[in-house]
Ligand binder design. Structure first.
Ligand SMILES: Cc1cc2nc3c(=O)[nH]c(=O)nc-3n(C[C@H](O)[C@H](O)[C@H](O)COP(=O)(O)O)c2cc1C
Length: 468
């Protein structure tokens, strides 16, 4: 390896709920997850991350209940599986008030609420955090979410990305084009707060949205929040190529990750950007201990307490595998249930028991390590250098032990190896892409609206498959 070691983007993976992705673990001794309704949960967590050297916190969100498994939401409700859950945006100001550096990525869906009010909320957050906010763009995968917003069923997958593309066009016009940088003058002598010459309507008229503007918020430090996206589908990858700056790629193996990352970077180039305009991060599980034995003991306990029901409900499996004897061939189950369209396709072959074991144990994959700080740091360096990841979203098994142990034990080791950068005084975008890059680069599609240019020149929409 030549030059400086590649730094790690280190996010904590959170959700404003009880059980996000590590089901069955909220009742563990000392786990604070039941406190997610309290402001102090978020301020305490934010301080751990700020002092612990994290880049930021990433807040997932869904706007519906997991109600496919066993034909209803009961399993999810019983387990606290993303219900009850609260709005992710609203905890950000509290965390920002007690920190100066960490970033905040929050999930918001483009499928159900129109863009104008959301653009304003994000600008507000970018002001209040002094440029530390990011948006995880999702199109929502839950059927129940569609029914919460007046639809009978989900909008088809690729169509959701087409709507998202226009949603992005609107918010770019508001964030980048509606106000000039020097429009806010704050001239006490003349009693002029803003110069109307520098503020304009956007007059967007599209297939899905009509928005007049002007944007109600003045330009914030980043203007457009850092654009995150989580995807793996061809439509999602094309969308990421045009819009995303940080992509969460699924993938259980190094090869999966490399293929996804390559696909995203190629898509970015197709959209006039550079492969280096994208940061690719993965969800990772780290169980660290002062000794190997301590780490293994913890992991054994987490595994023992993991809820299979929770995993199956989260996967939206329409078939209850736990109702079959373990030795039943999975093909027999699938034959009886032709419409297996959960979020994870069941692999053919093997027995029910083998599939259940895989769903529980196999969730860990390549980006998972149990061990001492040295073992963990070695493994993370391998992910960075061999696989080419840019960062991780750290899965929480226990709040706040997961974050605190990583901060106390692993961060000093990563620092010694030059793998973590200090980001004092920087915006979130600068932490990810370097000082001086608080705003989107000129070759990003959003930049076409700067200074009010092109507001009346339609952009070529992304189109996937057949229109519905
Ligand atoms: C690490 C990761 C985190 C995700 N977080 C969310 C989330 O918080 N909310 C959500 O609606 N979808 C989330 N998703 C799902 C994605 O938005 C998307 O629906 C899924 O990856 C499938 O992508 P595709 O439809 O482009 O194939 C996440 C996906 C991944 C891989």
């Amino acid at each position: 390896m030549t030059g400086e070691p590649k730094p790690l983007i280190l996010n904590l993976f959170e959700m404003n709920t009880v059980s996000h992705i590590t089901h069955g673990l909220w009742p563990l001794e000392g786990n604070q997850r039941h406190r997610f309704n309290e402001l102090s949960y978020w301020t305490e967590l934010a301080q751990i991350l700020e002092h612990g050297g994290f880049t930021g916190v990433f807040l997932a969100d869904v706007v519906g209940a997991y109600d496919t498994f066993r034909g209803g939401p009961e399993t999810a409700i019983r387990e606290g599986l993303q219900i009850p859950s609260n709005d992710p945006l609203l905890v950000i100001p509290a965390m920002a008030a007690v920190t100066e550096r960490i970033g905040f990525g929050a999930t918001f869906s483009t499928s159900y609420e129109p863009p104008f009010a959301f653009a304003r909320r994000m600008s507000t957050l970018d002001h209040l955090t002094n440029g530390r906010v990011g948006w995880n763009i999702v199109t929502s995968y839950l059927k129940n979410a569609a029914r919460n917003f007046g639809l009978d069923d989900q909008i088809p997958h690729d169509r959701r990305y087409e709507i998202a593309d226009e949603f992005l066009d609107v918010v770019y016009k508001l964030w980048e084009g509606s106000w000039d940088d020097d429009a806010v003058v704050v001239d006490r002598e003349r009693g002029v707060y803003s110069d109307p010459e520098g503020v304009r309507y956007i007059d967007h008229v599209g297939e899905h949205f009509r928005v007049a503007g002007p944007h109600l918020a003045s330009p914030s430090r980043q203007r457009t929040p850092v654009l995150f996206q989580a995807t793996g589908s061809p439509a999602g990858i094309e969308f990421a190529g045009r819009h995303a700056e940080v992509v969460f790629t699924g993938g259980r193996t190094a090869e999966d990750f490399r293929r996804n990352a390559r696909g995203m970077r190629e898509a970015a180039v197709r959209h006039g950007r550079s492969g280096d305009d994208l940061r690719c991060i993965v969800q990772a599980g780290v169980v660290v201990g002062r000794t190997e034995e301590e780490a293994q003991d913890r992991w054994r306990e987490y595994r023992r307490r993991t809820s299979i029901d929770g995993i199956l409900a989260h996967a939206s499996l329409p078939v209850d595998l736990t109702a079959y004897p373990r030795e039943t061939p999975i093909d027999v189950v699938l034959r009886g249930e032709p419409a297996i369209t959960g979020r994870f396709q069941l692999p053919p072959g093997g027995t029910v028991g083998e599939v259940l074991d895989k769903l529980v144990g196999g969730r860990e994959g390549r980006y998972f390590v149990v061990g001492t700080p040295t073992v963990v740091a070695d493994e993370i360096e391998r992910w960075l250098d061999e696989d080419g990841i840019d960062g991780i979203n750290l899965r929480q098994y226990h709040s706040f032990d997961t974050a605190r142990d990583f901060a106390d034990l692993v961060v000093p080791e990563l620092r010694r190896r030059g793998r973590l950068r200090d980001g004092d005084g920087l915006t979130l975008r600068e932490q990810l892409f370097g000082a001086g890059r608080a705003r989107l680069p000129e070759h990003h599609i959003a930049a076409r609206y700067r200074g009010g240019r092109n507001l009346d020149v339609p952009v070529e929409p992304l189109r996937f498959g057949a229109p519905v």
